[in-house]
Design a protein around this ligand. Structure first.
Ligand code: ATP
Length: 306
């Protein structure tokens, strides 16, 4: 039984499966710390983080030989502020989020973190500065503690517990049969959607990284879980540079900047007030949706209107 939970063995198996398969990149983000190192440029330098501002400059990108999905995207996510990406499905929001940890590289253009082109820094130093919370948190077979530790392999038990407290997960963890040692994943305890999300937020928090990439969940949680997840996210976002694929109206309203995307391009950007006053894409989305549904900002205005 002990062997079955041996972290080194599990990690070895994980690495093998990561190398073998083209694993869903969204899952990889959550475990940035355990992804096998890819090669850096020989002249790569260490990323020096200051205020943690992220800037995209005329970024173009296509998957393989496919169609161009980012057609010259530029925007700035200010350090310590929240930038919300909104727009219809397929607009390229997730693709942007995948380029920042360099799971893919732009065909042209640059992504800068504190003025340094990420193409020229070591992937390790770049990823040390990033944390990611996905829509569908992935739990590995292993204990709750191990699952949080995937955020940062060197984290101590005390750091794991601190992250769990901040993520409003500590109390439900203690209520499990074996507390932090409770097995989860395929053969372990079944956790609710909200509990899984809070574990994923704890995993991000244990990294203590200045930049948080967040893919907000679209699936509905019951009101109580929703409130707990929101409080956990508020903790995770505090004092960090946040780039969020926003699905909830409240996230958009609270963002310092909204970047409206459509068809691989930024069509508008500004605060909610600025954009709502303009007769643009955002104002149309907002008018159509206000009072109707919390979750439809990513819907095409045409289809939402008819
Ligand atoms: P959604 O909210 O539905 O995730 P999005 O705005 O995040 O949409 P992307 O997921 O970035 O949009 O997708 C942009 C385009 O790239 C789409 O046409 C999509 O089909 C395509 N695409 C996304 N991921 C891949 C991939 N791994 N390989 C090939 N094409 C992809």
């Amino acid at each position: 039984l002990l062997l079955a939970y041996d972290p080194a063995r599990r990690l070895a198996r994980l690495q093998v499966s990561l190398e073998r398969a083209a694993v869903n990149a969204r899952m990889l983000y959550e475990i940035l710390d355990t992804v096998p190192h890819q090669r850096d440029r020989p002249d790569a330098t260490e990323l020096k983080l200051g205020e943690a501002t992220v800037e995209l400059r005329n970024v173009r990108f296509a998957y393989g030989n496919g169609e161009e999905v980012l057609k010259g995207v530029s925007f700035r996510a200010e350090g310590g502020k929240t930038t919300a990406l909104v727009g219809p499905s397929g607009a390229g929001k997730s693709t942007i989020i995948s380029l920042i940890p360099r799971f893919y590289d732009p065909a042209s253009g640059q992504i800068l973190v504190d003025g340094q082109d990420i193409a020229g820094v070591t992937k390790q130093s770049l990823r040390d500065g990033l944390a990611y919370v996905s829509q569908q948190p992935y739990l590995f077979e292993g204990s709750i503690r191990d699952n949080i530790r995937y955020g940062r392999s060197g984290a101590t038990d005390a750091e794991i517990e601190e992250a769990a407290r901040l993520a409003y997960a500590h109390d439900f963890i203690l209520a499990q049969p074996q507390g932090y040692d409770t097995p989860v994943g395929e053969q372990g305890m079944t956790l609710s959607g909200g509990q899984r999300q809070r574990l994923s937020i704890a995993r991000a928090l244990v990294r203590n990284a200045p930049i948080l990439l967040l893919d907000e969940a679209t699936s509905a949680l019951d009101a109580e879980s929703e409130a707990a997840v929101q409080k956990a996210l508020d903790q995770a976002m505090r004092g960090r540079t946040v780039i969020v694929i926003a699905h909830r109206l409240s996230t958009v309203l609270n963002a310092d900047k909204i970047v409206v995307m459509r068809d691989g391009q930024v069509v508008e950007e500004g605060t909610h007030l600025e954009l709502a006053q303009r007769d643009g894409v955002y104002a149309r989305l907002h008018n159509l949706n206000s009072g109707v549904t919390e979750k439809s900002l990513s819907t095409e205005p045409q289809s939402a209107g008819h």
